[in-house]
Design a protein around this ligand. Structure first.
Ligand SMILES: [Fe+2]
Length: 206
C-alpha cells in the first residue's frame, strides 16, 4: 500500500508551535497579517518563502535541521515556507523552486493555527499532463476528471511528513481562525519514500 503522509509525534511540537507563532513570525514577517502575497494569481494563499540559512540565521531552525540530520540522516533544509491559505487550495503538485529542476516530494509540515476541520487529500493521476499554474512555481492544478482520490487526513497540530510530489489539495480553515502552517523543504529534492524509510528505521532510537 502506498503511503502518502506520516505523522511524527516528536516531543518538541508544542515548543515549535509556540515559538513560530509568538516569536518567529513576528520577528521575520512583521507584516504577516497585512500582506497579500500569492503565487496563485489570487488571494488563495499567502506564502512566505524563507531561504535557510541564507536569509535567516534562526537558532530554532538550526536546531530542527540538526535534529533531522542527527536522528534521520536528512539532508540540509533548503528553505522553509510559512503558509496562510485563505481558501481551498486546488489539486496541485509542488513544483521546482526558483528555477531549479525537481519536484518537492518530501515536505515536513507543522500546522500552527486554524487547522481544525482542514483536510489534506492525495490523488492518483489518471491522465498524464504537465504544466504550471500561471504565475506560480507549482505544477498544474488537476481537475477531478484527471485524478482519483487515494488518501486523506484531517489536520492536527503534529509534525507531518507529506508526499507533495503527488497531486494534493488542502481545504481552508472553517474555524474563522487564520490557518498558518510551516512547511520545510530539503536540498536535493529527496523522494518521500526514502525520507519515510529513514524516519521509520530510526524512530525507535530517539
Ligand atoms: Fe502543496
Amino acid at each position: 500500500m502506498t503511503i502518502y503522509y506520516h505523522h511524527l509525534d516528536w516531543p518538541n511540537r508544542d515548543e515549535y508551535t509556540t515559538y513560530l507563532r509568538d516569536e518567529f513570525i513576528p520577528k521575520h514577517i512583521p507584516d504577516f497579517s497585512q500582506q497579500q502575497k500569492s503565487p496563485w494569481g489570487d488571494n488563495k494563499l499567502e506564502e512566505y518563502w524563507i531561504f535557510f540559512p541564507n536569509q535567516i540565521q534562526d537558532a530554532k531552525i538550526f536546531e530542527l535541521q540538526d535534529f533531522l540530520k542527527r536522528n534521520f540522516d536528512f539532508p540540509d533544509i533548503s528553505y522553509i515556507i510559512i503558509l496562510r491559505p485563505t481558501k481551498d487550495l486546488p489539486i496541485h503538485t509542488d513544483g521546482p523552486d526558483n528555477g531549479t529542476s525537481g519536484v518537492h516530494h518530501t515536505s515536513l509540515n507543522l500546522q500552527i493555527s486554524g487547522y481544525e476541520g482542514n483536510i489534506v487529500k492525495f490523488y492518483k493521476k489518471v491522465v498524464d499532463a504537465t504544466g504550471y499554474i500561471q504565475g506560480s512555481s507549482y505544477l498544474r492544478a488537476w481537475n477531478n476528471r484527471e485524478v482519483e482520490l487515494v488518501d486523506q487526513f484531517s489536520c492536527t497540530n503534529i509534525w507531518t511528513l507529506l508526499n507533495t510530489g503527488v497531486p494534493h489539495s488542502v481545504t481552508a480553515s472553517t474555524s474563522g481562525i487564520p490557518k498558518i502552517c510551516l512547511s520545510v523543504r530539503f536540498k536535493g529534492f529527496p523522494k518521500f519514500e526514502d525520507s519515510l524509510a529513514k524516519i521509520q528505521s530510526k524512530t525507535t532510537l530517539i
